[in-house]
Design a protein around this ligand. Structure first.
Ligand code: NAI
Ligand code: MG
Length: 368
């Protein structure tokens, strides 16, 4: 069988800097674990605009559709701020998400013990936290029709519509139940079935999918406002949280900050299963291109490294190797190696992007 394929789109700003460290880790897995990937690289965002006049070339789009997973760095930067909306770097990202139909956005909130002091919550509430928010990404309030600003009775009316079809709920629920099976076996679905019909349908369909194919998973339902409270009160009660696009936007940002720094947050966006059974997938750090620190070797590569760990787990069924990589990052942090974003003002000399990558690779070596 041929090797699984990866398309790397490093993008702009710190994107290529953090991706360099991921490439070294991919090479490590080939050398030390016999886990080889067919890696190709291409341009996205401002880098693609500079080369082709568009933020994503059609050929790159076609490649992204064929590979087993896309790894993306970050896009954008001040050099592109004045571009026409249609060719802005972000449009490259949006095109990938839309044409690959990546309807399930996975945002883990994982608190490494060594960083528990960075949380806005008390240490014992977040230490050891490991939850996953699955947000529906391609429908709901941000897309539903009718939408717009209209005039009615001589005043303006702003309208957005929360609309979900049964099949849209069904497919994201299945993605979330599959994840729950690879994780702690527990799923909590959040909506507002008390006041929204779309929430009633959401709850019904999730319950039906559960009964039909996932009765081994422990399912609960919660109103999303209570979910927000529970997330800051006792986040460790959750394993996988499934929710819609709008609530997921808020809940995933809220959960993210339980864990501290933007430089530590990975994400995945998954679509329908391909012929080989793997889901269409794109993995990327949550952060942007960080123009304020780009080109200075200061960026924390961990978010991008942890995104690759998610690829190992969710695209390549290498859960044990994903655990190994996450444990390596955790041990590096515990040993005190920190990039500047993970240090208090008086914390001493920060590690560079490369030094952080070196330390993770050393920890991987030590894990053998
Ligand atoms: P940002 O995430 O790039 O940076 C926010 C702050 O966090 C900055 O102070 C930055 O230095 C810091 N930071 C971010 N990632 C870091 C890392 N890995 N290590 C250390 N520090 C890190 O968000 P911002 O400044 O709002 O946007 C900058 C550019 O990135 C804009 O052009 C924006 O459109 C784009 N962007 C792209 C995203 C993507 O590609 N997915 C997401 C968000 C923004
Ligand atoms: Mg948001």
């Amino acid at each position: 069988m041929s090797n699984p394929s990866l398309l790397i789109l490093a993008g702009d700003g710190i994107g290529p800097e953090v991706m360099t460290e991921v490439q070294r880790i991919i090479a490590w897995y080939g050398d030390k674990r016999g886990l080889n990937f067919d890696v190709s690289e291409d341009l996205v965002g401002g880098a693609a605009y500079d080369a082709h006049g568009v933020p994503l070339h059609d050929d790159t789009m076609a490649k992204a559709q064929e590979v087993d997973a896309v790894l993306l760095g970050a896009v954008g930067g001040p050099a592109y701020d004045d571009l026409d909306f249609s060719v802005k770097p972000e449009r490259g990202l949006l095109r990938l998400r839309k044409e690959m139909d990546l309807f399930a956005n996975l945002r883990p909130a994982q608190c490494f013990d060594a960083l528990a002091d960075f949380s806005s919550l008390k240490k014992d509430i977040v230490a050891g936290l490991d939850i996953m928010i699955v947000r529906e990404l391609t429908s709901g309030s941000y897309f539903g029709e009718p939408r717009g600003i209209f005039t009615e009775n001589n005043e303006r009316v702003g309208i957005n519509t929360q609309r979900y079809t049964e099949s849209e709920i069904d497919r994201v629920a299945r993605a979330a139940f599959e994840l729950a099976r690879k994780r702690g076996g527990k799923l909590c679905s959040m909506e507002k079935a008390n006041v929204m019909e779309s929430g009633i349908l959401w709850r019904d369909v999730v319950t039906e999918v559960h009964a039909a194919d996932y009765s081994d998973i422990e399912l609960s339902h919660m109103y999303a406002d209570n979910g927000a409270m529970q997330l800051v009160r006792a986040p460790k009660q959750f394993d996988v949280i499934l929710t819609d696009n709008l609530f997921g936007d808020l809940l995933s940002d809220c959960a993210a900050m339980l864990t501290g720094s933007l430089g530590m947050l990975p994400s995945a966006s998954l679509g329908a299963p391909m012929e080989n059974g793997r889901p269409k997938a794109m993995y990327e750090p949550v952060h942007g291109s960080a123009p304020d620190i780009s080109g200075q070797g200061k960026a924390n590569p961990c978010a991008c490294i942890l995104s690759f760990a998610m690829a190992l787990r969710y695209s390549f069924d290498q859960g044990a190797e994903a655990d190994r990589l996450e444990a390596a990052v955790e041990s590096v942090l515990a040993s005190g190696v920190r990039t500047a974003d993970l240090m208090q003002a008086d914390g001493g000399t920060p590690a560079s992007t490369t030094e952080m990558g070196d330390a993770v690779i050393a920890a991987l070596d030590a894990s053998l």
